[in-house]
Design a protein around this ligand. Structure first.
Ligand code: FAD
Length: 186
C-alpha cells in the first residue's frame, strides 16, 4: 500500500485476492494483515505463497474456469508475473547488447536502465533497484559488463526473496546461447 492505494503489481495474486475480500468486509472484521501484506517485508512470504498452483474456480460473470493459464492471459500482472517478464526483457536485452557499443549506444542504454528504474510499477522493488544503482552505477561499456551488472542486481533480489543465487558465469548460456547439450534447440 502506498499513499493509501493498493498496488497490484507489488503483491502476488493470492495476497491481492485476500486484500480484495477484506475490502468487502466491515472494517471491524478486517485483521492486521491488511497493512503487513502490502509492505516490502512481507513480500517474500507473499511471493512464496503465490507459487502454489491455483485451484480452479469460476470466473465472475463467466462460465470459464479461472486456471493459472487463464489468469496469465487475462489478468493484470502481479509482482511475480511482472518480475519474471521484466527480468526476461532485461537479461535478453543485455545479452543482445553490442560487445563493443558505440558511445551513442552506451548513452541510450544508460538512459534506458535509468528510466526503467524510475518507472517500474512495483514501488518498493523500484526503490531498492534505485538504491542498488547508487551503490553500483549501471555498467554499459560492453555486453559482458552490462550482463554481469544485471546478474548481480537480480541476485540481490534473489537473496532478499530467499531464492537461489544464480551463477553469473552462466548468464550467456541462460539468456543468449542455451545450454551446450542443445536442449533448448530441440
Ligand atoms: C528490478 C526488479 C526488482 C524486483 N524486486 C522485487 C522485490 O523487492 N520483491 C518481490 O517480491 N519481487 C521482486 N521482483 C520480482 C522477483 O525478482 C521475481 O521476478 C519474481 O519473484 C518471480 O520469480 P521467478 O521464480 O519467476 O524467477 P525470476 O527471479 O523472475 O527469474 C527468472 C529467471 O531468471 C534466471 N535468473 C535468476 N537469477 C538470475 C540472475 N541473477 N541473473 C540472470 N538470470 C537469473 C532464472 O533462470 C530464472 O528462472 C523484482 C523484479 C525486478 C525486475
Amino acid at each position: 500500500m502506498k499513499n493509501g492505494k493498493p498496488c497490484r503489481a507489488c503483491v502476488d495474486f493470492k495476497t491481492w485476492t485476500r486484500l480484495e475480500k477484506q475490502k468487502s468486509k466491515p472494517s471491524s472484521a478486517k485483521d492486521s494483515k491488511t497493512d503487513t501484506a502490502t509492505s516490502p517485508a512481507s513480500t517474500a512470504t507473499a511471493t512464496a505463497a503465490a507459487t502454489e498452483t491455483a485451484t480452479a474456480t469460476s470466473a465472475k460473470n463467466t462460465e470459464e474456469p479461472v486456471t493459472e493459464e487463464w489468469r496469465k492471459n487475462n489478468c493484470p500482472a502481479d509482482v511475480e508475473t511482472l518480475g519474471n517478464a521484466t527480468w526476461t526483457l532485461l537479461h535478453t536485452t543485455a545479452a543482445y547488447y553490442p560487445e563493443k557499443p558505440a558511445p551513442s549506444q552506451r548513452e541510450s542504454m544508460k538512459q534506458f536502465i535509468e528510466s526503467f528504474a524510475q518507472h517500474y510499477p512495483c514501488w518498493f522493488c523500484k526503490n531498492d533497484f534505485q538504491q542498488a544503482m547508487v551503490m553500483e552505477p549501471v555498467q554499459v561499456e560492453s555486453r559482458e559488463k552490462l550482463s554481469q551488472w544485471l546478474c548481480r542486481r537480480h541476485n540481490e533480489v534473489n537473496v532478499k526473496l530467499n531464492k537461489p543465487v544464480f551463477d553469473c558465469s552462466k548468464v550467456f548460456e541462460r539468456w543468449l546461447n542455451g545450454p551446450p547439450n542443445g536442449k533448448c534447440d530441440q
